[in-house]
Design a protein around this ligand. Structure first.
Ligand SMILES: [Zn+2]
Length: 192
């Protein structure tokens, strides 16, 4: 997909009173927001039009100290219109995983009933799996995640590393930018 003027919603998972998973170094919300910030930068440099949740200037006062419910996130994404009137074309929900201490690696989620999201998930996963030195756990799907079910545009969740695994978290702490570049490269190879 050409990134020029592509409208991409970036949803950094959790935030505010909701830390998400808790690592030894930082809570998940910290990594999600940092990766999201880098995704935004890379997209801007590529001519895309990112719409970033959890940023005060774009949300009329909602900042990182406030928690956005999933339904609020979906409503913001579906209502968003770019200056030229177009709506969001892809939704990237940035998360990081937790589980038993030995669990590690990356996975990308989509909704079982959404073929458009499946193609986006496959592209992002194959880019991340090819470019990042994390264990590939595959593309996964279910019918229950609000953020992959409700947005009108193709929507996926990236789980970029297990912050419950010390080695994964140490890597992530140094490489949020690299993860972001891999996510954006996935948009480039995406064939909607
Ligand atoms: Zn999460």
């Amino acid at each position: 997909m050409k990134l020029d003027k592509l409208i991409v919603a970036i949803d950094a998972g959790h935030g505010g009173s909701d830390p998400g998973a808790v690592g030894k170094l930082h809570p998940e919300k910290y990594y999600n927001r940092l990766v999201a910030m880098h995704v935004r930068e890379v997209l801007l440099q590529s001519g895309a039009w990112p719409y970033t949740l959890r940023w005060s200037q774009e949300l009329g006062g909602i900042d990182d100290k406030q928690f956005l419910r999933l339904s609020q996130r979906v409503a913001l994404i579906n209502a968003f219109r770019a200056p030229d009137g177009r709506s969001v074309q892809a939704v990237l929900c940035i998360h990081h995983n937790s589980g038993p201490p030995e669990a590690r690696g990356l996975e990308v989620w989509y909704n079982t009933d959404r073929d458009d999201s499946m193609r986006l998930a496959s592209a992002i996963y194959s880019s991340m799996n090819g470019l990042l030195p994390l264990k590939g756990r595959g593309v996964k799907h279910n019918r229950i995640f609000t953020m992959t079910k409700k947005p009108v545009a193709p929507s996926i969740i990236t789980e970029g590393a297990f912050i419950s695994n010390p080695a994964d978290e140490r890597w992530l702490n140094e490489h949020c930018q690299q993860e972001a570049e891999a996510i954006v490269h996935g948009l480039r190879i995406w064939q909607p």
